[in-house]
Design a protein around this ligand. Structure first.
Ligand code: ADP
Ligand code: ZN
Ligand code: ZN
Length: 757
């Protein structure tokens, strides 16, 4: 009897064993999907990972069906899944769910697009039978013409007549009818008389057109060439190299050179970006050089497209380069040579919710390890503390590029202390005079402006003027944001919307006012202040529809908009040539964020946004408005002093036992009932303390302690470097199992966030 271990697409740990009926035994192997029963009446598409013939000591059930003839999952991919499940303490079933496009999880959903095609009938594929065919057809002129057109389109008439062509070409019926100016009836006669054979061919929805144009690769400057040589040298000694190049130093051009080298060696490249918005510009830059050798993969693509890319990567003719967001690490690669993690410091590389809470940078490093000689290049202008530390200890190679391309100066950053200006009533809404003057001057010089405000909506908070009542989400512990275009209050945590109350439910006053500025309100004010300017906004609300990203970015790139207002979406990696002024309206929300990473994030965000200014030609100007002008981190941003910033921060992290010196694991508990979650959290913390002693902090209420009607508690575990992680994970799991075995807490959701961000 044969048994197969499968992964189920459910939040379950480990694998499950089924028996294989004899008639299916031949077909079952690692990487094929099988249909399996579960419970009384459910069936699931599961992934086969191992077959064996040891009878388990429980009653197994038979698999129902083998779905694939060939594996859809490679051994290396499975290894990556297993690493993610182990390292991030996530159920293997959740990794399976995250990794596979939905269309591969349930075959029913996926309908390949087909096209009706014809080829030359088998028995006609010799010269004598062909001549016979032509003479028979001489009496049906239209059919003969159509048949001749087929021969022409399929290049048969170019053969020497002696040796039949190696490859009998298929021609789409539509194409043939078009070329022959024939009706479908004529074609049907040819098919019925067995001159042509018809069938449905599965076709890709993928764009596979576009020649590669290696000649479009730009020659590198001396500094770039130098950096590239250093990267290649570092790769001789390190699997991972951190490439620290200031904004607009031309990192992307260097990547393009490195990619071309990989392709010349017959290797594949995975190019990861943190944000879908960025793939728009990058796609254009890469397409120009690599044409149809480039494939793009991210969650904005339809599921059918993602299934096709997946299958193409398993075929004999895969894309050589995949450009994608986080989830692209899960694609099959057969000859991976390099992974580029661009903007490696970006926190969106880490999946927050749901499980698996994995970091794509770490996953990429693990992925590359499985391929002989494959390397990882981490690129950024502002390295993450983790990568910077790994580079400084020699674990990673390190290459620096300190000059911008064409030696354009880094922008001048002027700090405007708005605390003082507000007190002296010298602000015009959210704008200082200095910023308004700079915008005015830029517009006059036909230059462009970027305004950065990291809050979407109209007013981040609504308040009753009389009693101070603030509307809050009934599901979450957060105040609601007013969105004027929809005239609704929205919860940014659960997405729930509410009508705007006419009066305060507390004191019945009708004086409800919005407080603070979201991007929507900024847009409004800018329109009032600069009536002649063409203005666009890029945030989550304006980019919901497909194509919106490309439109907004395209309009700004080509100069059809003058002022672009946006959230962090506009801060990263975008390359616009004509931006003279960047305005950062309020740096304080970032600086005041209650998290040990607040300064790290603020430094990166501020440096990155600033980096959008003056990328070509004249020096750019950044106006940075803040109430905390005296903070050292502001000075470090202004001086572009990454080294000083990193030095201070790392010293602090070392002293207070934070990453990269110590490892963090957050334990979250969620439950509807507040008392239950509170007592469970206390119990869990005490169980953890039995093994981890004072490495356990908490439980505490996180800053948003209720989301989607669930109350949340958080326990922090700090583990010193060098600790036995396998054992630590084992002890954490045991503590959770111990807690959940108490029937009081059986319904408690307890999960781990390893290396949280
Ligand atoms: P980074 O990725 O470091 O921010 P980019 O690669 O976007 O920088 O380069 C900044 C700008 O300089 C881009 O517009 C790019 O096209 C241009 N550039 C960079 N290197 C070259 C080169 N070798 N030749 C011509 N233009 C270049
Ligand atoms: Zn009130
Ligand atoms: Zn909510």
């Amino acid at each position: 009897m044969l048994y197969v271990e499968v992964i189920l697409p459910l939040p379950l740990e480990g694998v499950f064993t089924y028996s294989v009926p004899d008639i299916m035994a031949e077909k079952v192997k690692m990487g094929v999907r099988v249909l399996v029963p579960l419970g009384k009446s459910k069936t699931y598409t599961a992934m086969a990972v191992r077959t064996h013939s040891q009878k388990p000591d429980f009653q197994t059930r038979d698999i129902l069906q083998v779905i694939d003839a060939e594996p859809v999952l490679l051994e290396k991919q499975l290894k990556l899944w297993q690493w993610i499940a182990t390292y991030y303490m996530a159920p293997l079933g959740d990794v399976f769910k995250a990794a596979l496009p939905a269309g591969l999880k349930a075959e029913e959903n996926y309908k390949p697009r087909t096209v009706r095609c014809v080829t030359l009938a088998e028995n006609l594929r010799t010269e004598p039978s062909m001549q016979l065919a032509m003479s028979i057809l001489a009496r049906a002129l239209k059919q003969q013409q159509t048949f001749a057109t087929y021969l022409h389109l399929s290049h048969w008439d170019e053969t020497d007549g002696e040796t039949p062509p190696q490859h009998i070409e298929e021609i789409a019926c539509d194409e043939l009818l078009n070329a022959a100016h024939a009706s479908d009836a004529v074609l049907r006669q040819l098919i019925n008389r067995r001159f042509l054979t018809v069938y449905q061919r599965e076709v890709g929805r993928l764009n596979t057109t576009g020649e590669a144009h290696p000649e479009n690769i730009l020659p590198l400057s001396e500094a770039q060439q130098d950096a590239m040589n250093q990267i290649r040298t570092e790769f001789m000694r390190h699997n991972v190299v951190l490439f620290h190049g200031v904004t607009s130093s031309g990192k992307t051009e260097i990547y393009i050179h490195l990619i071309q080298r990989m392709l010349d060696e017959g290797k594949q490249v995975l190019y990861l970006l943190p944000e879908i918005a960025l793939t728009v510009q990058m796609t254009e830059r890469l397409k120009r050089v690599f044409g149809s050798r480039l494939g793009i993969y991210h969650s904005r693509y339809s599921d059918a497209e993602r299934v096709e890319i997946w299958k193409k990567q398993l075929s004999d003719n895969p894309y050589d380069i995949i450009l994608g967001a986080r989830s692209a690490v899960f694609l099959p690669f057969t000859r991976l040579g390099m992974v580029i993690v661009d903007e490696e410091h970006e926190t969106s590389f880490k999946q927050q919710d749901p499980a698996p809470r994995y970091h794509a940078r770490s996953a990429a490093i693990m992925l590359a390890r499985m391929y002989e000689g494959a390397h990882v290049l981490l690129g950024t202008a502002t390295p993450s503390m983790e990568s910077f530390y790994n580079a400084s200890t020699g674990k990673y190679g390190y290459v620096k590029l300190t000059t911008r391309f064409r030696d354009v100066a880094l922008p001048e950053i002027r700090v405007v202390d708005v605390k003082d200006l507000y007190r002296r009533k010298m602000m015009k809404g959210p704008f200082s005079m200095e910023l308004l003057n700079a915008i005015r001057a830029a517009l006059k010089a036909k230059k462009q402006v970027i305004l950065f405000q990291n809050r979407r909506g109209f007013a981040p908070m609504v308040e009753c003027r009389v009693c101070g009542w603030v509307p809050k989400c009934k599901n979450c512990d957060v105040s609601l944001t007013y969105h004027r275009s929809q005239n609704l209050l929205t919860c940014h945590y659960c997405g729930f919307t509410y009508a705007v109350p006419k009066q305060c439910p507390n004191c019945e006053s009708t004086e409800l006012t919005g407080r603070g500025y979201g991007t929507e309100k900024i847009e409004d004010r800018v329109r009032e202040l600069f009536p002649g300017a063409r203005i666009a906004r890029m945030d989550l609300d304006t980019t919901r529809s497909t194509g919106a990203y490309s439109r907004i970015i395209g309009d700004f790139s080509s100069g059809r908009t003058d002022i672009l207002i946006g959230t962090q979406m506009i801060s990263k990696g975008l390359d616009f040539g004509n931006v003279a002024v960047v305005g950062i309206l309020n740096a304080d929300t970032m600086l005041n964020y209650p998290d040990f990473r607040a300064y790290e994030h603020a430094f990166m965000m501020l440096s990155q946004v600033s980096g959008r200014a003056g990328r070509r030609g004249d020096r750019g100007l950044v106006i940075l408005q803040t109430k905390s002008a005296d903070l050292p981190v502001i000075r470090q941003v202004v001086d572009n002093d990454f080294a000083g910033f990193a030095h201070d921060l790392l010293e602090e992290r070392r002293m207070f036992h934070y990453p990269p010196y110590w490892r963090l694991v957050y334990v979250f508990l969620r439950h509807r009932d507040e008392h239950t979650v509170e007592s469970a959290a206390i119990e869990m913390a005490s169980r953890l303390r039995q093994s981890f002693a004072d490495r356990v902090l908490g439980p505490d209420k996180p800053s948003v302690a209720r989301v989607k009607t669930e109350n949340i508690r958080k326990i922090v575990l700090k583990l010193e470097n060098g600790i036995d992680l396998n054992l630590a994970r084992q002890l954490m799991r045991e503590a959770r199992e111990g807690l959940l075995s108490d029937k009081h807490y059986a319904a408690m959701n307890v999960y781990f966030d390893v290396d949280p961000l």
